[in-house]
Design a protein. Structure first.
Length: 291
């Protein structure tokens, strides 16, 4: 498959009173057209920094990003972005929030065609009867559905998801994962998602890219996820490779992500990590439902 997105030697450096702070260094990643890739790593490792540079919301210090053969400079409608919080305009209805971008991108379309696009995506995310409500009248999960509809309605070349389900309860998260996969299957938009959830990464992705800890974060390990699509949660859970891949991801996060950690001293006392420091739970995930 040809490369649709190419992140080449990407770096991000901030100036601080103590000197340059290198957040991301020599980050290299290629995505094929229609591929769903997830970035996973510890909090503060630079996952969202990479995503925001790709979105054009954060300047690149070094390297380049190529999308569909063109180098990216700044933000643009060729990338649909879904954040952890959808940032809707509170004085607009769900319909008006989605229409705002549709009018800008599809300005040559007729009013009826634009209305059809907005109504289609709001209906498919489950807001057919709530599209004329304002954000204050919608639950957090419903507001995130608006954010997903808004991103897909622009028909972008790439979808960027920054922990889109991180603020939701488990049941709502599973429901919206199903909505996301349904839309992704229908549109096959090349997708890069940031998450800290190992089970979410395995369920949604074609590949999981593990990032090393910062400073100077980079790609540490890449896992191929070959579960058949369309995916059913229980079938994924029952797949013979599931727990092996899950253990591999957790082991990376617990051990190999810390490239700057000094080597252990022989016969040194073992330091027990606090529960808060654990990146994820090794217990069996509660995966229910189907997509």
């Amino acid at each position: 498959m040809s490369h649709h997105v190419d992140l080449s030697n990407l770096s991000k450096v901030y100036s601080t009173p103590k000197g340059p702070a290198v957040i991301v260094k020599d980050f290299n990643l290629r995505l094929a057209k229609g591929e769903f890739v997830t970035l996973i790593g510890h909090s503060g490792c630079g996952k969202s920094t990479v995503l925001s540079m790709l979105a054009g919301l954060n300047d690149i210090t070094g390297g380049a990003i190529i999308l569909a053969g063109k180098e990216l400079v700044g933000a643009g409608p060729d990338r649909g972005v879904v954040f952890q919080s959808p940032s809707l305009l509170p004085w607009y209805t769900a319909y008006q929030n989605v229409m705002l971008g549709v009018e800008q991108v599809f300005f040559t379309a007729s009013a009826a065609e634009r209305r059809e696009i907005v109504e289609y995506y709001l209906t498919i995310v489950g807001l057919g009867e709530s599209m004329h409500k304002r954000p204050a009248e919608l639950s957090q999960g419903m507001r995130q559905r608006v954010g997903i509809a808004r991103a897909f309605a622009l028909k972008p070349k790439m979808l960027l998801l920054d922990e889109p389900f991180g603020m939701l309860d488990s049941l709502t998260r599973y429901e919206l994962q199903a909505v996301l996969l349904k839309l992704w299957r229908e549109n096959r938009i090349t997708t890069l998602m940031v998450t800290h959830d190992v089970d979410e990464a395995l369920y949604l992705s074609d590949r999981v890219v593990c990032m090393t800890d910062g400073p100077e974060a980079e790609v540490g390990e890449v896992l191929e996820v070959k579960f058949p699509r369309p995916r059913e949660r229980q079938a994924v859970l029952d797949h013979p490779d599931y727990y092996q891949l899950r253990e591999q991801l957790i082991t990376f996060l617990e051990d190999r992500a810390h490239k700057h950690r000094p080597a252990p001293v022989p016969n040194a006392p073992v330091v027990t990590r606090s529960p808060a420091a654990e990146p994820t739970n090794r217990s069996a995930p509660a995966l229910v439902g189907r997509v």
